[in-house]
Design a protein. Structure first.
Length: 260
């Protein structure tokens, strides 16, 4: 891991934070690229996309606080740990998508077509963000004897995230990065071949939901949740159900109307 990118006197610049900034900007650029038209310039779409990423960040933080409230109240989570790794990614995705949809609706823009553009950017941002998780040592996997296990040794990983040191762990951050990049590539391809507006959004919800539901079984960090299912799995399940409902609707109504 590489938790500190560089130091400015007594101030340390965390690698995690810099990578997340890159993820935000990259996602906004992709959103603007696919969303721009003759009447919606690149700059305007970038602004909307970046605003949505900020809303997503706040949503991810708020979801984390809600899920881990008992640990917060008990003082088990310090402010530094919260700033470094206090996020629930899927909570941020849902919040960012909702904010994006609201802004687009408010300005009377084509919601579903632009949601397709925005969620493509979110997929890239989600992938890049996992590199930050690897650098920080958070979102780690369960212990493993497999050859592909990764071992963390930096004391900051244990201090901030409770990451076990000197033990081979499943490379969940790498697996989630790769799966998100595959999903991103699929969404980019679909922009050329999609048959209805909203199809890319539905594909993201279905793909990201299924991948996250499965990857949670590999995670070794503390996971909030209920009845044996983690918070992220509940959100992922909701995403899959919404996507499934849209696909059923499309199947019943045919392709005459978009799923909205």
């Amino acid at each position: 891991m590489f938790p500190v990118l560089f130091n400015l006197g007594d101030f340390s610049v965390p690698t995690y934070g810099v990578i997340y900034l890159i993820a935000f900007l990259s996602g906004a650029v992709v959103c603007a690229y696919f969303g721009q038209t003759d009447t919606i310039p690149f700059k305007r779409m970038f602004e909307i996309g970046f605003q949505a990423t900020i809303a997503g960040e706040l949503g991810a933080r708020l979801t984390f606080v809600i899920v881990e409230w008992d640990r917060f109240a008990a003082g088990a989570i310090g402010m530094r740990q919260f700033l470094v790794s206090g996020r629930v990614v899927l909570g941020g995705i849902v919040a960012g998508a909702a904010f994006f949809a609201y802004i687009v609706w408010k300005h009377k823009l084509p919601i579903l077509r632009l949601m397709d553009a925005g969620i493509t950017g979110a997929a890239l941002g989600m992938a890049i963000g996992r590199i930050g998780c690897l650098a920080a040592g958070c979102c780690f996997g369960k212990p493993t004897d497999w050859w592909w296990g990764i071992t963390f040794t930096h004391p900051l990983a244990e201090k901030l995230n409770g990451t076990p040191l000197g033990i081979a762990l499943l490379p969940t951050q790498i697996l989630q990065f790769l799966s998100a990049m595959v999903l991103f590539a699929l969404l980019v391809w679909m922009h050329r071949w999609k048959s209805w507006d909203g199809q890319i959004l539905v594909t993201f919800f279905l793909g990201a939901g299924l991948m996250r539901f499965g990857s949670e079984f590999l995670r070794g960090d503390p996971r909030g949740g209920a009845v044996g299912i983690t918070t992220s799995q509940w959100i992922a399940l909701g995403m899959v159900l919404v996507a499934g409902a849209c696909l059923v609707y499309r199947s019943v109504r045919g392709r005459r109307t978009p799923c909205g």
